[in-house]
Design a protein around this ligand. Structure first.
Ligand SMILES: N[C@@H](CCC(=O)N[C@@H](CS)C(=O)NCC(=O)O)C(=O)O
Length: 260
C-alpha cells in the first residue's frame, strides 16, 4: 500500500507532499511544472503517462484524502478536483484537457498523442469522451456503500462499454498494438488510465472484465499498455486499489462524506 488513508471528515484532499518524478529527464526549460494529484486516481494517471511519453520531468504534488490543499483550491476553484497541472504559474484543469495541453506544448518531444488528421483526431476525442461517459462513474458502487443490485448494474454497463471499445480498438489500431497505432495515443491514455481500477473491480466483484474470449483485442492491449515504459509504475496494482477502496468505503461510512 503506497499511502495509508488518514482519518478524515470530508472527501477532500489535504496538503501537498512533493514527490519528484522522472529524475533523469530534462525539465522543460525554465518552466515550473507541477502536477497536483494522487497515486490512486485514474484521472491523475493520464497526465503522468503523457509526461512519460514526452520524456518531461515534473514535480508531483500528492494530495492526501482528508482536505483539499490551498494550492488545489486556488488552482481549480471551479471543480476543486485533481489533477491540476501548474505550468509557469498557470493552472490547467481536467485530465484530458491537460493531456492535450501537454501534447501541444511539447509537440516536438516524443510521439504525438493526438492524431494530426482532423478526422482521426475527432474519432480519438469521441472515444475518450465515451470512456469518461460510460466507465468512470461505474467505479462508484465499489468505493461507497452500495447494494448488490447497484454493483451488478455497474458491472453490466462496464461490460457493455468494453464491448464497444473492443470494436473501436479493432478499427482504430488497424492491427497494430495501440488505439493510436504503434505508440500510445489519446484513447490509449484515456482508457489505459482506468486499467488499475477495472482490475480492482474484477477482484472486488469476482468477475472478469478483460475476458480474453469476449474482448481478446482489449485484453491483450491492457497487458501491453501496463508493461509499456510510459505506464510502468503509474497504473496501481489491483491489490493496492482494493485496499484503498476499503479504506475509502470505511471513511465514507464513518463520516457521511459528500458523494463526489
Ligand atoms: N473530469 C475530471 C474528474 C477528476 C476527478 O473526479 N478527480 C477526483 C479524484 S479521482 C477528485 O478530485 N475527487 C475529489 C472530489 O470530488 O472532491 C478530470 O477528468 O480531471
Amino acid at each position: 500500500m503506497r499511502n495509508a488513508l488518514p482519518s478524515f471528515s470530508h472527501f477532500l484532499w489535504t496538503s501537498s507532499i512533493p514527490e519528484s518524478s522522472h529524475k533523469n529527464r530534462a525539465m522543460a526549460a525554465g518552466d515550473e511544472l507541477k502536477l497536483i494529484g494522487n497515486w490512486a486516481s485514474s484521472f491523475v494517471a493520464r497526465p503522468r503517462i503523457a509526461f512519460n511519453l514526452k520524456g518531461i520531468q515534473y514535480e508531483f504534488l500528492q494530495e492526501e484524502f482528508g482536505k483539499k490543499s490551498d494550492l488545489l483550491l486556488k488552482s481549480n476553484p471551479v471543480h476543486k478536483k485533481i489533477p491540476v497541472l501548474i505550468h509557469g504559474g498557470k493552472p490547467v484543469c481536467e485530465s484530458l484537457v491537460i493531456v492535450e495541453y501537454i501534447d501541444q506544448i511539447w509537440s516536438s518531444s516524443g510521439p504525438s498523442i493526438l492524431p494530426t488528421d482532423p478526422y482521426d483526431r475527432a474519432v480519438a476525442r469521441f472515444w475518450a469522451a465515451y470512456v469518461d461517459d460510460k466507465l468512470t462513474l461505474q467505479f462508484r458502487p465499489f468505493i461507497r456503500e452500495a447494494d448488490e443490485a447497484a454493483k451488478a448494474q455497474a458491472i453490466e454497463q462496464m461490460v457493455a462499454a468494453l464491448q464497444h471499445l473492443e470494436e473501436a480498438f479493432e478499427k482504430c489500431s488497424k492491427g497494430k498494438s495501440f488505439f493510436a497505432g504503434d505508440s500510445i495515443g489519446f484513447v490509449d491514455i484515456a482508457l489505459g488510465s482506468l486499467i488499475g481500477w477495472l482490475r480492482a473491480v474484477e477482484v472486488l466483484a469476482g468477475v472478469k472484465l478483460f475476458d480474453e474470449e469476449r474482448i481478446p483485442g482489449l485484453a491483450k492491449w491492457a497487458e501491453r499498455f501496463c508493461s509499456s515504459d510510459a505506464a510502468m509504475g503509474i497504473i496501481p496494482e489491483p491489490a493496492e486499489l482494493v485496499e484503498f477502496s476499503k479504506a475509502l468505503r470505511d471513511a465514507f461510512r464513518s463520516a457521511a462524506l459528500p458523494s463526489n
